[in-house]
Design a protein around this ligand. Structure first.
Ligand SMILES: NC(=O)c1ccc[n+]([C@@H]2O[C@H](COP(=O)([O-])OP(=O)(O)OC[C@H]3O[C@@H](n4cnc5c(N)ncnc54)[C@H](O)[C@@H]3O)[C@@H](O)[C@H]2O)c1
Length: 364
């Protein structure tokens, strides 16, 4: 893989084999709910330096200055773009603003990490990918769960063949959640979709969706997605901001074993069940055809690490080395394409919507 040249002309490589590279200078854009987590992790990572915050809201900007005195705050994004000392931006603003901000940053020669979802439409996401590629810049969507130790444990189990053939997945992400004007699908589904794409390594072929808007027409608070992946695996995803308690659970059912991943569990977040059902051709009419297997439940050890810190480490590594980050822009595009298809299914009263293959989308 080629190493990205740096259009701003900054030296991002050591000046001599013994000099460590200087930290990448980062601007965080948006200091609402998620921005403070990004800012804190930038400060904590040795390969990064928090060079500036950009926040339009004066009260939020003041909250930042109180917590992180001495770091410049810009109210206008153009000031960030005009600063040649800033290498990269982390965009933590509402989803409808992602495309415009990311596009402007790439055009200004900055590497970009955009919070999920990468953009509102697949066309916008494709445009950003083409722009980043043409300029040799890193464009990375912030799919934080790809760096979560339990998610990676489940992926390892699947890849080692512990589950056998994966049959289906159920995923629930519910809470009394923060109301967002982009709707619950845009807000929460990127988590489930990015995890599913990462675990199954298969594109989504078809999606159908149903949802309910309780408070404001067109803004859904609860949604149910049914996905079919290209290899036939199915997944049912339920997401809601209206729920009595926090649920973040995924169950993966395979021919050999079943796995439960509970992200709310402080400990024992992954459980492997040696359970299943086997179908036997009957020798005689009336003979039982099914046999049940109910073996041990194993709780594998899962390392403790903050996913967001690992995500930023990967972003810095991608900028330094030109390697593709784990949360890569094409995965971000797939997520956006599935969300778009789910919203299309909602408009068609739950009818299944077929997704174009990535290659077809690129050619369109
Ligand atoms: N990875 C995760 O787990 C995770 C979790 C929560 C939110 N997010 C994502 O983070 C993003 C932000 O979500 P949030 O809940 O923090 O939103 P928010 O509305 O709480 O905060 C957004 C902030 O951006 C500021 N802003 C908007 N436009 C701006 C602009 N042009 N320039 C400067 N500042 C601007 C607003 O004033 C606000 O303070 C969303 O994309 C969301 O999906 C990711």
């Amino acid at each position: 893989m080629s190493v990205h040249p740096h259009p701003s002309g900054h030296r991002l490589v050591p000046t001599s084999p013994v000099d460590p590279p200087r930290p990448l200078r980062i601007a965080v854009i948006g200091y609402g709910y998620w921005g403070p987590n990004l800012a804190r992790n930038v400060i904590e990572r040795p390969e990064l330096e928090l060079a500036a915050l950009c926040e339009r809201d004066e009260a939020r900007a003041a909250a930042f200055t109180q917590r992180v005195p001495g770091v410049p705050v810009f109210g206008d994004f153009d000031e960030v773009l005009d600063d040649p000392e800033i290498d990269a931006v982390l965009v933590a603003t509402p989803p409808r603003t992602h495309y415009g901000l990311a596009r402007a940053a790439l055009n200004a020669g900055k590497h970009v990490l955009v919070e999920k979802p990468l953009a509102k439409t697949a066309a916008e996401a494709s445009d950003l990918i083409a722009l980043a590629d043409s300029r040799g810049l890193v464009l990375m969507p912030g799919h934080t769960f790809l760096y979560s130790p339990p998610v990676n444990k489940v992926r390892d189990l699947i890849q080692q063949g512990m589950l056998g053939d994966v049959y289906f997945v159920t995923s629930s992400r519910m809470n009394l959640g923060k109301y967002q004007s982009d709707g619950v699908i845009c807000d929460l589904a990127p988590h489930d979709l990015s995890i599913l794409l990462y675990l199954l390594e298969q594109p989504v072929a078809q999606v159908s969706a149903s949802a309910r808007s309780v408070f404001q027409e067109g803004i859904t608070e609860v949604a149910f997605l049914t996905l079919t992946f290209a290899n036939g695996v199915t997944a049912c995803v339920q997401i809601s901001w209206l729920a009595p308690r926090k649920v973040r659970e995924m169950v993966i059912v395979g021919s050999q074993r079943m796995v439960q991943y509970d992200d709310t569990a402080a400990d024992e977040s992954v459980r492997v069940f040696d359970r299943g059902m086997e179908f036997k051709e009957p020798a005689n009419f009336g003979e039982h055809q099914l046999s049940y297997r109910s073996g041990d439940i194993v709780i594998p050890r899962v390392d403790a690490a903050e996913p967001l810190g690992l995500e930023l480490q990967d972003f810095a590594h991608a900028i330094r080395t030109g390697t593709t980050p784990r949360s890569h822009a094409h995965l971000g595009l797939e997520v956006v394409a599935v969300i778009e298809a789910a919203e299309e299914s909602l408009r068609r009263h739950g009818q299944p919507v077929l997704l174009k293959r990535a290659a077809e989308r690129a050619a369109a």
